[in-house]
Ligand binder design. Structure first.
Ligand SMILES: Cc1ncc(COP(=O)(O)O)c(C=O)c1O
Length: 390
């Protein structure tokens, strides 16, 4: 990566992007600007809105500090910061879709994205269709003259299918459709959507960027062609986020590289160990050689994060609940990407295509920053309880 004419690594970029300390008396961190009203010097500048900041919803120096840092990571023309990861999904869809448009969504999508599409978007007259995460270039057979957006998420939530993003982007662009990607799992450190043909990159910054399970925020980054429409949609919806949350995410970004490397190593170590454990039928982690999409993951990604799933070897819901209830270190909670390990039961009841054929119940694990040996001992307690219940 290059900054100010010199080549730098990712951690250097994370430490130094966004704000310029010289802009605020040399203080390393930017001030948190709490703002609704912005004053203008005279009537003419007010009428012409001819100054950098015009109203709190449209941007502040605090928002810019974060969005410029994200632009540097994503290689995007512009980024918006919205109040949650879910808003980072809904705002671009609302900004680009109109009644009569056709929307293609990957079937292994984060469930609330599906909920939004199946309720509000359908009510607004959008035709919603799901596709197999492994469809690749075959997506062209589903594209219609009115297909406006192809929505991707890779790896898919809970089952971690890897999508052939370059092939999908090529087919979508040939038909004049826009490609959006929920890239929360990889972060821009391990996958750069815009470099692979995606137009709009979406992140639940709640997860690894914030990193401490105490902030909700989303970012949406666009390439040059789509930035203006995204920003106009953001301003029209008034879906801006508060300065304290934005500041916390910028703070989190500074250490995201080192945290993510720890998550990556620990999760992979535990995933490999789990492959050898009795009572585990399958480990769904794309960086494992056994994963059906491993080659695709290796081609496009440069790292793996800390969330993956296991399939229990039979036993049904009884075994699944026994596993979860036996855990002493892993918490039972949904929002991942923080410092602490979590486990959740996986339900695939909403899927229409990517249902898979699994030997038993699925459990999603988020591997936190604790000591790996302690986490393995906790999982072993869970597996023993699942075996006893089965
Ligand atoms: C893949 C993915 N996208 C988006 C979100 C939504 O993020 P938030 O919890 O900030 O709304 C989540 C949350 O779990 C997620 O897993």
């Amino acid at each position: 990566m290059a900054k100010d004419g010199i080549q730098i690594g990712t951690n250097t970029l994370l430490a130094h992007s966004g704000n310029n300390p010289r802009d605020y008396f040399g203080f390393v961190n930017p001030p948190v600007v709490h703002a609704s009203t912005v004053l203008y010097p005279d009537a003419a500048s007010m009428a012409g809105r001819s100054q950098k900041y015009t109203y709190g919803t449209r941007g502040t120096p605090t928002m810019d500090a974060l969005t410029l840092a994200v632009d540097a990571l994503e290689g995007s023309a512009g980024t918006i910061a919205v109040p949650s990861g879910l808003a980072a999904v809904t705002v671009p869809l609302l900004a680009f879709l109109a009644a009569g448009d056709h929307l293609l969504i990957v079937d292994s999508v984060y469930h609330p994205t599906r909920q939004f599409a199946d309720t509000m978007l359908k009510r607004l007259g959008v035709e919603v269709e799901y596709y197999d995460p492994r469809i690749g270039a075959g997506i062209s057979s589903l594209i219609r003259p009115n297909t406006r957006v192809v929505f991707t998420e890779s790896p898919g939530s809970n089952t971690y299918e890897v999508q052939d993003i370059p092939a999908i982007a090529k087919a979508a662009h040939e038909a004049g459709a826009i490609v959006m990607m929920d890239n929360t799992w990889a972060t821009p450190l391990y996958f750069k959507p815009l470099d692979h043909g995606v137009d709009i990159s979406i992140h639940a910054a709640t997860k690894y960027p914030a990193g401490h399970s105490d902030v909700l925020l989303g970012t949406v980054s666009a390439n040059e062609t789509h930035w203006k429409q995204l920003f106009d949609g953001f301003c029209t919806l008034g879906c801006c986020s508060g300065p304290d949350d934005i500041y916390q995410v910028l703070r989190g970004l500074r250490t995201m590289g080192v945290r993510l490397e720890h998550h990556r190593k620990s999760a992979l170590d535990i995933a490999r160990w789990l492959e050898e454990q009795a009572g585990v039928a399958q480990v769904l982690h794309p960086a494992l050689e056994s994963h059906p999409d491993h080659a695709l993951w290796k081609r496009d990604f440069c790292g793996s994060s800390g969330v993956f799933s296991i399939v229990l070897d039979g036993g049904g819901q009884k075994a699944q609940h026994a596993f979860l209830d036996a855990l002493k270190i892993f918490g039972l909670g949904y929002s991942w990407g923080g410092y602490e390990s979590l486990a959740v039961p996986v339900h695939l009841g909403d899927r229409t295509l990517a249902k898979g054929s699994y030997a038993g119940s699925l459990i999603r694990l988020q591997i936190g920053l604790e000591d790996v040996e302690d986490l393995k001992a906790d999982i072993a307690r869970g597996l023993a309880a699942a075996a006893a219940a089965g």
